[in-house]
Structure formats: C-alpha cells, structure tokens
Write a protein that binds this ligand. Structure first.
Ligand code: 3HC
Length: 688
C-alpha cells in the first residue's frame, strides 16, 4: 500500500507466505485468484532496492531462496490458481504468474509481460528459467529470457504465456470464472510452440543445437561483457536436463554471484537514474507547469527533421507541420516520417485505424501556413549559423507569442542562435539522436535566458515520446557532442601515427562501444565532422584539434556511408573492410602497432576527462546526467555505468596518473581536468 507499483519485498514475502499456508490448509478454499488492488499494475518484480543493499554472495543466496520458496507455495498450493494481470507483470511478477495454474491478461497498453532481469545484470531466479520453457517451449522462452523483451497482452497470448485476453473492466470477473471452472476440474488445453520447435526441443541433441546457437548469439551480442544471459542459459539447460529443483538451485547460485557483481551494480544504477529522470522537470526547485503540445512545426524536412516529426506523431500523437524550401524536400520528409508510422504498423504496435488517424496528422508546405497554430517549432536545418539566424527570425514572425522555439543543432551554442531574436526566453535546444526512433536520449539545452516553463515543456514533451531527457547548460557541443569529439579525434591521431583503422575500431568495440570511433566518423558523416572540428577548436583550443593530414580525407569527396566513400569501403551501400587507400591519402605509409589496451585507454580517457570538464563548468547538472547521456546518447558501455562511474571504479587518482602519463607523451590534450584532480585528492566518488 502507498507504493506506485507492487513489488515483492521482504514484508510482502513475510505476509504472503503464511497467507498461502492458510489457503493451502483451508478446505473451504477451492481455488485462488491473484489480482492487484492497484489498477494498471500487477507486480513489477522483486524489489530492486533490496539488491542494492546486498553485501555478500551469502546474503544474495538467502534473499533468492526466500523468493523461490514463496513462489513454490503458489505452485504447491494443491488447488488451482489464476493470475489476473493488468499492467506491469515483470521479473518476479511474471514468475509468480507462471507459478499459477492459469493466466488472464488485459489488452490494455499498460500491460507488459516479460523477464527483464538480464537488463539488470541478473537472471530470472525465482523459477522463470524453469517454468517458462516448460510452458511455451525452449526457443520462445530463450527469446524472452536472454533479451529481457516485454510483450503486450496480445503478444503474450500468442506466445502462449497467457491463456486468455480480456478488457480491464472484466478482468476480475473473468478471473473468478476461470477459478470456478478450474475448481470444477476443467483444465486448459495448450499447444507448445510449433512443430519444428517440438521436434528440435524434444530430443537432447536438438536441445543441444538450440543452446549452442543461443550461446553463440549471446556472445556476439554482449561481446563477453555481460555474464547474465550465459548464466540464464546454464540455468535453463541444467533444469531441463536434471529437473526443476536442480534448475532452481542453479538459478539461485547464479543469482548470488551476479547480484553482488560489478556489472549488475552498474546496470541497477542506470535503472534508478533513468527512473529518477522520468520525474525530473529539468528545472531546479518548483517547476512551472509544462505547456501541452498539440501542434508541432518542423522547419527543415531533411533526414533529422523528418525523423523527429515521425516519432512525435507516432509516440505523442501530435499534429506535425513541415516546412522546407522546395516541395520535393517536403514530400521526401513526409514519406520518411510516414515510414516510421508504417514500421509501427508492420510490427503491430498500432492497428490500421490508428495508423490512418496518425498519418492524417502529418502535413507540410513551402510556406508558413499552419505555423500560427504551433505550440512548439523545432528547427532542423543545415548547421550554419547564418541560415539558422534567418530561419529563427522567420519562425518568430509566423508563430504565436507563446510558441516554444527549439533548435536541433548538435553543436552550435543556443545563445548564439538566439542572438537577434525578439524573445530569447523562448529559445531552447532539443538535440535528438539518430536514428530518432531508436535512440533513447534527448538532450535539452538551456541558455541563461531560457524561461523555466519552456524547459519544463520540452522535457515533458520528450518524456511523452518515451525519451530519457537530460537538461544541460549551453556551450559549444553541449555535453554529448563535446565529449564524443575528442574521442573520435584521438582515433584520428592514432591513424596519423600509423595504426590500422580496424585495430582502432576493434579495440573500442572490445571495450564495449557498439561501433568504433573511425566507423562512427563514417556513420555521422566525415563532412559533418569536418564542419564541427573548427567550431570545437575555436571554443576549446588546441586540445580538440585533429591531425592536419586529415584534411586530405575531407577534400577527397569522402562523406562516409552516405556517399559510399569513407574510411571504409562500401559496395551497394554495404560496408566492406577498411579502405587502405586512406593511409596513403594521409601520408601514413608504414603501419604501426599500438597495444589494444593503450588504444582503449587513450580513446576512453580523453572522453572521460572532457566529461569531467563539462561537470566542472556547469554544462552538466550532475554526474548522473553525464553517465546517462553517454550511455543512452553515445553508446558508452552500459556495464561500465558511464564516464563518472568508470572513474569511481578505477579511482580518480589512478585516472589522473594515467592521464598525466599520456600528457607527457602526447601533449596537452590529456591534461587532467581540475575537478578530477580535486576528486583524486579527496578520494570522493562522483556518484552518490
Ligand atoms: N523494484 C523496486 N522499485 C521499483 C521496481 C522494482 N522492481 N519497479 C518499479 N519501481 C519503483 C521505481 O523505482 C519508482 O520509484 P520512485 O517512485 O521512488 O522513483 C516507482 O516504482 C515507479 O516506477 P516508474 O517511475 O518506473 O513507473 P512507470 O509506470 O513508468 O513504470 C515499470 C513501471 C514498468 C514497472 C517500471 O518501473 C519498471 O520497468 N520496473 C522494473 C521492472 C523490473 O526490472 N523487474 C524485474 C526486477 S528483478 C526480479 O524480479 C528478479 C527475480 O527474478 C527474482
């Protein structure tokens, strides 16, 4: 009671255990329904706060054995049980439902069913690795357990996890009815997976194939950095080979190792930081109420503008009006944003009538018609300050006085963009990341003059679209572009020294980044990088400078992936190996080998050090935002928790010592930030 979600806490275990014993021994009780008193929330899982408090493997073991014995009471009640699911049914919540005889879920969009444990660096350890494969077949179960994906009610029904799907209004009634029928001896008939699944899974050899394929996929996806999915695979395999109890014992043993391990600790911190950001208005103290956004104007229907519009219409259901200088560009933008909707339709995230309704909300023109209605306008034109000045003057002239004016620039300070406008208090930065439909971060940039209601409105609008939003103070490159710049530049220095393209990229993907820094330059666009570089040097000095030899690459009509000419070779849009002609182009003709760990240290520390400067200068409001921004915006390895957690793990004094050694060898760009030195002296961690 009093909590926003139901979780399996110590007090729940202590209260529910004896209650279940009572139900078991009471002959007048013929069946039981497990239903939540909170509308829209079934059980969100075990209490994650309890994991944080765990100090040792033994404590973790005791905790999980406690949870397992509670859920075994459901399974061994000796009478039928029905789980009535509305809202989140996750982790231990689904494991409780799996221990019941029958499951009914609602078709409400809030209903999400899954085992997200691996995303917290642990495994389903209260029977999930045993009961799910037995219910829906091995391959489907592994798909859920190893990825942590969450299913809406309808898909959970198709997977065979739930037996019945109903409207929330009749959930209780339907559950009571099912309990009654089960008490009268009726049993549901269930299929289990497809024919091929059965043929494969029934014999030990077939299972071996399934497990070895899954193991290979996990290794490829996790790069060996995340132990939880492999532990889950072991627990599933052991249970299928030796029975449920042996499987449960294995689940518990694996949980005890993982729950107190470093990876889980970092992933749990990311969960809590993300949850805290959901409630953050982005404004210190009492925030004014955010303005509701119903009409969105987008100026510049290019790649980013179109994607921002498509996501806004599909996630927030707002009316989107594009404006571009020629009709063809408007048309291309409209089709690109419609494609995002079509993709949701194809994935059955929305039904056709909803698709039609949303599609009609997209429109565009070369004029300013419709902008008078806009509550928010996002500018997504070329990164050129003169063009932006012109565009903002035009936007101001064609919009209402209470319209929020945002720029999607990734580098130009918002205060510079705001020069010359009449109402700088309405100007703000909304830095979306590409691909907008997939990237979870929105970086909101405020200037000294941005009004609080404008900040609160943009933060809320981002959250409504499912984004994790960090608010940062204005400055060149803000936070994310500022810290990624020295990271890719360092890779360029190594190229200049003769290190091979793939040696650099492989070292950084081994460190945990999804793509290496050289490939990232191709993806972002070498022309974009070349445009940003002088802006960064002008703002921060020589430490941001790239090797002069690199100019030859930009001059050689190499734009990266988009024109199929970059640091890598492309054939029909598909990336091949590194383009060795680059070495000649930059005059680096002999290859030099630098040990992998040195490449990793140089690229990562230069980025981490810049992150500390952002905190020192007040660009970042907190180390927490710096960690979340890097993980969700730049693909910084989540198991490292973000740049600030990386420092805390290594020790600020060690980081300073490593930076000083690099500074001696390579110069000023490795000079440790003042704040880092301060932490090295005091020993105080950055994260609370
Ligand atoms: N443990 C502890 N606290 C939890 C929690 C959990 N499992 N789930 C949610 N909460 C807390 C949040 O921290 C937040 O707390 P606050 O109000 O003090 O900040 C509050 O509940 C509300 O959560 P949200 O703001 O996230 O509410 P939403 O409605 O946006 O989302 C949710 C609800 C979908 C349930 C989301 O909170 C969520 O995904 N929770 C985590 C689910 C999960 O990972 N479960 C697995 C746990 S591990 C497990 O069960 C192990 C087992 O195998 C033994």
């Amino acid at each position: 009671p009093g909590e926003p979600v139901n979780k399996i806490t110590r007090s729940v275990r202590e209260e529910l255990g004896p209650l279940l014993d009572q139900v078991r021994s009471d002959d007048t009780v013929r069946a039981m329904v497990l239903i939540s008193g909170k509308a829209g929330s079934f059980i969100a899982g075990a209490d994650i706060d309890e994991f944080v408090a765990l100090r040792s493997r033994d404590e973790a073991l005791a905790l999980i054995e406690d949870g397992q014995s509670l859920l075994s009471k459901f399974a061994d009640l000796g009478k039928p049980t029905v789980a009535a699911i509305d809202g989140a049914c996750l982790g231990g919540g689904l494991e409780a439902a799996l221990a019941c005889t029958y499951r009914i879920a609602t078709d409400d969009p809030k209903t999400r069913i899954g085992l997200p444990e691996v995303q917290l660096g642990i495994l389903p350890a209260a029977g999930g690795c045993q009961r799910l494969p037995r219910l829906i077949g091995l391959r489907r179960a592994l798909d859920l357990i190893l990825t942590g994906k969450q299913l809406p009610g309808k898909r959970a029904r198709r997977y065979g996890i739930v037996d019945e799907l109903v409207h929330p209004a009749i959930l209780r009634m339907a559950a009571n009815k099912a309990a009654q029928r089960l008490a009268d001896g009726w049993r549901p008939r269930r299929g289990r997976g497809g024919l091929t699944d059965l043929a494969l899974e029934k014999n030990p050899l077939g299972r071996k194939v399934v497990f070895s394929t899954a193991r290979k996929q996990v290794r490829k996806r996790t790069g060996g950095h995340y132990p939880a999915p492999l532990a889950a695979l072991r627990a599933v395999a052991h249970g299928l080979a030796h029975g449920v109890q042996a499987g449960l014992d294995m689940e518990a043993a694996e949980f005890a190792e993982l729950a107190v391990g470093d990876v889980s600790r970092k992933l749990v911190q990311i969960f809590f930081a993300t949850t805290a950001l959901k409630k953050d208005s982005g404004v210190e103290g009492d925030a004014p109420p955010p303005k509701e956004i119903a009409n969105l104007g987008i100026v510049g229907a290019g790649f980013m503008g179109a994607a921002i519009g498509g996501v806004a219409v599909s996630q927030a259901g707002v009316d989107v009006r594009f404006r571009d200088t020629d009709l063809q560009a408007v048309g291309r933008g409209l089709s690109a944003s419609r494609k995002i909707l079509q993709d949701r339709l194809k994935r059955r995230r929305i039904a056709r009538p909803e698709y039609r309704r949303l599609e009609r909300l997209l429109s565009g023109d070369t004029g300013w018609g419709g902008f008078g209605r806009a509550d928010l306008v996002i500018e997504a034109v070329f990164e050129d300050i003169d063009i932006k000045h012109r565009v903002f003057r035009d936007i101001e002239a064609h919009t209402r006085e209470d319209c929020v004016l945002a720029s999607n620039t990734s580098t130009i300070p918002i205060a510079r963009i705001a020069e010359g406008v009449e109402h700088p208090e309405r100007i703000i930065g909304m830095h979306f990341f590409s691909p907008v439909e997939k990237m979870p971060l929105l970086e909101v940039i405020v200037t000294d003059t941005t009004a609080d209601w404008v900040t609160a409105t943009c933060v809320r609008f981002g959250q409504k679209q499912g984004k994790t939003v960090i608010v940062v103070n204005d400055g060149t490159g803000f936070y994310t572009s500022r810290i990624i710049a020295p990271y890719t530049t360092e890779a360029m220095w190594m190229l200049d020294e003769g290190v091979a393209i793939d040696a650099i990229d492989n070292a950084m993907t081994d460190w945990g980044f999804p793509v290496g820094p050289v490939l990232l330059s191709d993806e972002v666009g070498i022309d974009v990088g070349a445009k940003i570089a002088p802006i960064m040097v002008a703002a921060f000095g020589e430490r941001m400078a790239a090797p002069p030899a690199l100019e030859a690459v930009a001059k050689d009509d190499r734009l990266g992936r988009k024109n199929g000419r970059g640091f890598y070779l492309y054939e029909k849009g598909k990336r091949q190996g590194p383009d060795e002609s680059i070495y000649q182009l930059i005059g680096s003709n002999t290859r030099r080998v630098i040990p992998k760990d040195v490449i990793q240290r140089r690229c990562s520390l230069v980025m981490i050090n810049e992150a500390v400067r952002c905190l020192e200068e007040g660009v970042l409001r907190s180390a927490r935002d710096g960690d979340i921004g890097a993980v969700f915006g730049l693909g910084y390895p989540p198991f490292r928790g973000g740049p600030f957690h990386t420092i805390d793990r290594l020790g600020a004094d060690t980081v300073v010592a490593q930076l000083e050694r690099l500074e001696e060898k390579h110069g000023e760009r490795f000079k440790p930030a003042k704040l880092l030195k301060k932490h090295a002296k005091t020993g105080k961690p950055f994260s609370e």
